[in-house]
Design a protein around this ligand. Structure first.
Ligand SMILES: *Cc1c(COP(=O)(O)O)cnc(C)c1O
Length: 854
């Protein structure tokens, strides 16, 4: 049983203030809770709900009688109300965008959400990104509703043993102690979502609601009494467990998530989403559940429902590492969705299997691929940086055979980070003092030069000092956990130097992140760390997945290096990287280091967070850095892409890293003017803030998503749903026809008229293509001339396209298509003709993966 605090009526708004996670990025609200009892605030890990539930009656009476405090509570509450109701960017841009229609709800599915360290429902970048997405959507008024799972033990807490080996523990969270409220039916009973399981079993879930500013977040929790013991454990850990646990988690996230959204709308009257965005493949079953709804609820066939669902679905892929792609055994899918108990009525097993089938060159027939299903269920697909978009087009081009890589329909939206969460308060205050109160607006970045540089530098020292104090405490605790005694730890009291060049390096323990690259030549690193005049200090953190012994071995190698008496206290590994640590780490660093194996870092966001806090990036040109490094905003570690031998490649890149540090980074940092300021360094920082600052914001990211993906997806979803899904039916019929007939499509002959022996710019060439289409109507395909520069290998570059028009049917099933090309550039000209599907509801030429060339 859980006894909830009852607040005196004049303090009642504290309840709303604690439950709305806006406090996690709103300093005045944090101050209010801290002010209740500063020591309690710290000991609870800065957790408003925990502070409130620790209050005794007499504390509350004291607070209720404190007029000044009560006034502050009411002011904070009014401020929250204003935040929740004031019109935002979306309301200005999005209202009535299409024929008076407004996109009213977008569902955002993610297996993890990193919002605050108080709600540890994340493991790394994917979750932090999802958290930042919700917060920025809230700030911009974008009507998102988040859907995820509630993990009773979150990810895991990390410690090290005496040997430096990672130890995992799983502290159990009690949702009643968290900023969550249980979704209930009108009669007060908890809402229950039920999924059918094999052999007549079932998986039930409760739904917790978190409130992230304006954005609700629904989290499904299988710890429900009506489940059998093992199913109660389905959501016990994030990315834990083997066997069927992960599949059942993903079924709950996708299928259960859609059902939770429906119940949420029914209970609260919230509009049903038009657009469904899945953050990585894990939530892919959401699309199949929506197909099931349409098939069982209306009179749509599977194919028609598929088209209706695809139109409104956005899929974001997040990893270029093949091993990182989420896949299941086909057998496990068959057991859960076959005759033994299908939780998706109207979805035949073979249709489901086809959605996730790796039926392309190099695929594995025994595997069901969630990313591939995501792409087949989403009409719009994107990667998370430009480079990652290109890598994804190559990685998944097998789904669109016959198309050039740049036509593979996978775009990109580069990630961003939520400034309110990640910019240190001291920097905010500094900006406010010099630039005025409106520091949340983007224009603030173009004015950073108005902040006196010595004031900035003094603040940066404070931030280093703040990091050092936090790091010392964490480091001491780590040594105690590793078996040291208090008596041996005197030396830790003055480790790290607030005036030394501070490098931050924190990441998941995934192999491609190359945690130990800096240890390639330990002597060279030691020299940098031990330089008496120009010392470098390094703070490292990061967890490895519990099942990843390779990652853990790398961490151990690093921890052992830091134990070396020669360097101890100059390079330290802090256990249990989380949001709270990260919020100290980024601001306290001068340099953010990232040395992944290119191109496996899809985007990376930690360097963005560091940049917003006045750090410079020192990084391999991968992910976002490949896009936005401009020669002045930090340093690019040269990559040895193309060097086959991985050891040699690491040697080369590590050598380049040492060289940059020795010759450039360290000298620039320690080159001081008469006032002791590193002018050249500060110029780079100021340039970084003014030019990179506005780009790396999550505000920019969510607007990009809205404009490039959410609005077009809404438009497409409405278009196919109109008139009782006439568009979806027409598209499904069309897709069936073209797929069936495509083998008859061929280009018999192409000729050109008016081409002289010495063609000149401005000449007009008439093109005729003679095409066999079998039973297909000539208006239902696109016959297109592709022309460009021809090179020696007989391939085209700088390609342009000209659509040809059907003019004549010269035989049963054979048609002539004509067009006229005006020569517009000099040099060698080559061309070819191709046939593509054409339908008003297709979003790109490549969408169906069908093309016929001569
Ligand atoms: C930002 C962040 C990450 C992700 O960092 P990447 O550079 O994107 O890998 C992981 N964990 C925490 C705690 C973070 O704050």
């Amino acid at each position: 049983m859980h006894v909830r605090t009852v607040l005196p009526s004049n303090l009642a708004p504290l309840h709303d203030l604690a439950l709305n996670l806006r406090w996690s990025w709103h300093p005045p609200t944090r101050d209010l809770f801290a002010g209740i009892d500063p020591r309690l605030w710290e000991s609870t890990g800065q957790d408003p709900v925990a502070v409130l539930s620790s209050l005794r009656t007499r504390d509350m009476e004291r607070l209720a009688a404190d007029e000044e405090f009560v006034t502050r509570v009411h002011e904070a509450h009014e401020d929250l109300e204003r935040y929740l109701t004031k019109p935002r960017w979306y309301h200005e841009q999005g209202a009535g965008r299409w024929d008076g229609r407004t996109l009213e709800a977008i569902a955002y599915f993610s297996p993890e959400f990193g919002i605050t360290s108080v709600l540890p429902q994340y493991s790394g970048g994917l979750g932090i990104l999802a958290g930042d997405h919700l917060k920025a959507a809230s700030d911009q008024g974008i009507p998102i509703v988040g859907v995820g799972l509630f993990y009773k033990s979150g990810y895991f807490a990390q410690r090290f043993n005496a040997d430096g080996w990672q130890q995992e523990s799983y502290p159990v969270l009690d949702p009643d102690d968290l900023p969550l409220s249980l979704l209930r039916e009108e009669d007060g009973s908890p809402l229950v979502i039920r999924l059918a399981m094999p052999r007549g079993g079932h998986l039930d879930a409760h739904v917790w609601r978190a409130q992230v500013g304006r954005v609700p977040l629904l989290l499904l929790d299988s710890d429900v009494e009506t489940n059998d013991a093992s199913r109660r454990e389905v959501t016990n850990r994030l990315y834990g467990g083997g066997g069927d646990q992960r599949l059942e988690q993903e079924m709950l996230l996708g299928i259960g998530g859609v059902r939770a959204l429906r119940a949420y709308s029914r209970i609260t009257g919230a509009p049903a989403p038009t657009v469904y965005h899945t953050n990585e493949g894990h939530a892919g079953f959401q699309g199949v559940e929506r197909i099931s709804e349409l098939v069982t609820g209306g009179d749509l066939t599977f194919d028609e429902a598929l088209q209706a669902v695809r139109a409104g679905t956005v899929f974001t892929t997040h990893t270029p590492v093949p091993a990182g792609i989420d896949r299941f055994d086909v057998g496990a899918i068959a057991a859960h969705f076959g005759d033994e108990g299908n939780s998706l009525p109207g979805v035949p097993l073979e249709r489901l299997l086809a959605l996730g089938a790796e039926d392309y060159e190099g695929g594995d027939a025994s595997r069901f691929n969630m990313a591939v299903m995501g792409m087949r269920l989403g009409q719009r697909v994107n990667g998370v940086s430009q480079l990652h978009g290109a890598v994804s087009r190559e990685m998944f081009c097998g789904l669109w055979p016959g198309f050039d890589l740049d036509e593979v329909p996978i775009g990109s939206v580069t990630n961003g980070v939520h400034a309110g969460t990640w910019v240190d308060r001291k920097l905010y205050d500094l900006a406010k003092a010099h630039l005025g109160p409106d520091v949340a607006s983007r224009s603030v970045f173009t004015r950073v030069h108005e902040v006196p540089i010595d004031a900035f530098w003094a603040t940066k020292r404070e931030l280093r000092q703040q990091l050092i104090e936090d790091a010392r405490a964490r480091f001491r605790q780590s040594l105690l956990d590793r078996g040291a005694t208090e008596a041996e730890l005197g030396w830790t009291e003055d480790i790290l130097d607030p005036d030394a060049l501070t490098i931050g390096f924190a990441r998941r323990g995934a192999t491609y992140k190359r945690l130990t690259l800096m240890l390639r030549d330990p002597e060279r690193l030691k020299k940098l760390l031990c330089d008496p005049d120009r010392p470098v200090q390094v703070i490292i953190a990061g967890k490895s997945h519990p099942a990843d012994d390779t990652g853990k071995a790398l961490i151990q190698e690093m921890v052992r290096f830091t134990d070396d008496p020669e360097v101890r206290g100059k390079i330290i590994y802090l256990p249990n990287y989380d949001i709270a640590m990260a919020q100290q780490l980024y601001p306290g660093c001068d340099v953010w280091l990232n040395n992944p194996l290119r191109p496996f870092e899809a985007c990376g966001t930690s360097g963005m967070k560091a940049a917003l806090n006045g750090a410079l990036n020192l990084s391999i040109l991968d992910g976002w850095w490949d896009e936005w490094y401009d020669g002045q905003n930090g340093w690019a570690i040269p990559t040895a892409d193309g060097v086959e031998d991985p050891d040699r490649r690491d040697d080369l890149e590590a050598a380049a890293l040492y060289e940059l540090l020795e010759k450039t980074v360290v000298p620039t940092f320690y080159d001081r003017d008469a006032q002791g300021l590193p002018q050249r360094w500060l110029d780079k920082v100021s340039h970084t803030l003014s030019t990179l600052g506005p780009k790396v914001l999550a505000d920019r990211m969510v607007r990009d998503y809205t404009e490039a993906l959410y609005w077009p997806a809404a438009h497409a979803a409405w278009a196919v749903a109109e008139d009782d899904y006439a568009g979806a039916r027409s598209l499904a019929r069309y897709v069936g026809q073209v797929r069936h007939n495509w083998r008859h499509v061929r280009i018999d002959h192409v000729d050109a008229e008016g081409l002289s022996d010495a063609p000149q710019i401005g000449d007009e060439v008439a093109v005729h293509a003679y095409v066999g289409l079998g039973d297909l109507d000539p208006r239902s395909v696109k016959v297109q001339m592709a022309y460009g520069r021809a090179n020696a290998e007989d391939t085209l570059t700088d390609v342009d396209y000209l659509d040809l028009e059907p003019t004549q049917s010269y035989e049963e099933g054979r048609h002539r298509f004509d067009g006229s090309l005006r020569l517009a550039r000099t040099g060698s000209l080559g061309w070819t003709v191709r046939v593509l599907p054409r339908h008003e509801h297709l979003s790109s030429d490549a969408e169906l993966g069908l093309v016929t060339l001569p």
